[in-house]
Design a protein around this ligand. Structure first.
Ligand code: ATP
Ligand code: MG
Length: 200
């Protein structure tokens, strides 16, 4: 049974597709911070990724559910998929604050690469008022990223998995394996639907 009290981690992402790097980071942060739940929030239309086509929200949602189903701490939210327009973290956090109520602390988890862009996010000060920011290590990216005021963010070293969704998409397009980089259910889903087979 899912906890109905206690701190909540928020893992936003495009999840195109979700992979073991996301899951290992969320699990480590949950353990380190004693989170009761981590909610994965697939982006609707990521404003920073407008340059490339994103897979349909239904597919990204399905893969995120498949990947998280076995972990009793993990849930998936549709707030970003159901909100029209580009996805901004500040809106995600407003919606989740309304959903979880005022008493549950929110921890927004973000990789070192995305954290480096923090000052370009919409309403960064409101983001910090709505949630504690947690920066996690990611191979190839310095943590903390240069220019970030360290008092506004907790930094957590997570197992270094040099896995990215971009690499997984390229692998599928090339006919190379993605087994052991994504959960089996996600591997099967990609094979069954033909996602990523044609290079965008
Ligand atoms: P893409 O290559 O399409 O950008 P991605 O692998 O970066 O995909 P996203 O959905 O963009 O995945 O990432 C969601 C969040 O997870 C971001 O905060 C990102 O920094 C973090 N993240 C992704 N992969 C890792 C990883 N291997 N280790 C730690 N954090 C990660
Ligand atoms: Mg990314």
């Amino acid at each position: 049974m899912l906890a109905t009290s206690g701190p909540v981690g928020v893992m936003g992402g495009t999840f195109d597709p979700i992979h073991l790097g996301h899951l290992a980071a969320a699990s480590e942060v949950a353990h380190r911070l004693g989170l009761a739940e981590v909610v994965f929030v697939p982006a609707g239309r990521p404003w920073q990724k407008s340059g490339r086509p994103i897979s349909p929200g239904d597919d990204r949602w399905a893969m995120t559910v498949l990947a998280t189903a076995a972990d009793p701490r993990f849930t998936v939210s549709r707030v970003d998929l159901d909100r029209p327009g580009p996805t901004y973290t500040v809106d995600t956090l407003r919606d989740l604050r309304a959903h979880y109520g005022p008493d549950r602390p929110l921890f927004f988890i973000t990789g070192a690469d995305a954290l480096g862009q923090f000052r370009t996010w919409r309403d960064p000060d409101e983001v910090l008022a709505l949630a504690h920011l947690v920066g996690v290590s990611r191979p190839g990216h310095p943590l903390p990223p240069p220019g970030l005021a360290e008092q506004s963010v907790s930094l957590i070293e997570v197992p270094a998995l040099a896995i990215s969704s971009s690499d997984i998409r390229a692998r599928v397009a090339d006919g190379r394996p993605v087994r052991y980089l994504v959960p089996d259910g996600v591997d099967h889903y990609i094979g069954k639907t033909g996602l990523y087979r044609d290079r965008a």
